[in-house]
Design a protein around this ligand. Sequence first.
Ligand code: ADP
Ligand code: ASP
Ligand code: MG
Length: 403
Amino acid sequence: MLKVLKFGGTSVGTLERIQNVSQIIKKFRDQGHDIVAVVSAMSGETNKLIEYANNYSKTPDEREMDMLLSSGERVTSALLSITLNEQGYPTTSMSGREAGIRTTDEHTYARIEDIETKHMQKTIKDGKIIIVAGFQGVSAENGRVTTLGRGGSDLTAVALAGALEADVCEIYTDVDGIYTTDPRIEPKAKKLDKISYDEMLELASLGAKVLQNRSVEMAKKLNVNLVSRSSFTPEVEGTLITKEENIMEAPVVSGIALDKNQIRVGMYGVVDKPGIASSIFTALADANINVDMIVQTRGLDNTTNLDFTVPTTDLEKTKNVMVAFEADSDKIDYNDSICKVSIVGVGMKSHTGVASKAFTAMAKDNININIISTSEIKISMIIDEKYAELAVRSLHDAYQLDL
Ligand code: ADP
Ligand code: ASP
Ligand code: MG
């Protein structure tokens, strides 16, 4: 069996933890499996490197950022390889480039274009364990190192599992699977045995960082058997992320997600004329800003009010873009003390009363809802950040997710 195993930041957070990971790999190797392991940087390392760069510049050159950030994963991949070799297990580490991962040249959030697996295939055939530095590739266009967006080692693992046609892709982290909500916020959260790709994709996109959303999207596309489990308790079975038809009866609501990294941009008294929304959101898209909730309401005197949310990390870029639209409105403001709570479940498609239950739960705790948006399998609400955890727990109770 070919297994792709991914170990996240906390799983390789110390020299001792790296040693622990080597035990997990050795166990599978002793069972006769071929192993490709993907590692993250030590926990906190990527943030530390970003801070170093921001010390000199608030908008550092993105190619230089990729050079800097890709280093964290190289450290852990080499260390893990060194300890496995020392223990008598022939192992080689590979950077994204050596693993054949070719990407677009969109530095700091590059997309994988293709993977040339020849080198890896030969190395596996030669009987070696491969340790790939996650989160990185090489631009097919300019040959420079690229990174795949925060949490991108998950994507490396899934993409390699797809390209190598691995039997399974196991993502090891510090929780033993996917829970009904972040177990750090709601200790009553329950572990799910299985969850559909679509629900996991929504949860991940809406803030549940246990899996990177792009990795889930790719797992669905390439039909990868994806498992989320813990390197701290590797004996415990994790959660399988799979096709909806493999889940006998899905609950109406599967989980609650929280995203505190959102900023609400408000534009008041916007001149009400055709084309204004188009020009604002085209400019934001051109700057690669990921706009999420958009709400436009009628104001007085032929004006409108426009609210939308963007990730906290894009605040500076957003402000720069919005300068061009200052003349089109009375006022633009930025509120970073908000958060987004979301309810996700495929069962929503066929059940009524799901949304009203959420609003009633918020009312009961006196939490004011600023913006609401819904889609087929999710309901999201923007609320004051100080109520974030309370809202998650109230919703968890309201849908009885602990039962
Ligand atoms: P890694 O460093 O291994 O990539 P992350 O910190 O990115 O790990 O993701 C794991 C964390 O995700 C957990 O510690 C947990 O707090 C959080 N999390 C958020 N939502 C969920 C959820 N629904 N189920 C499990 N964990 C969740
Ligand atoms: N080290 C990178 C990050 O923190 C990638 C990863 O851990 O997946 O985002
Ligand atoms: Mg992660």
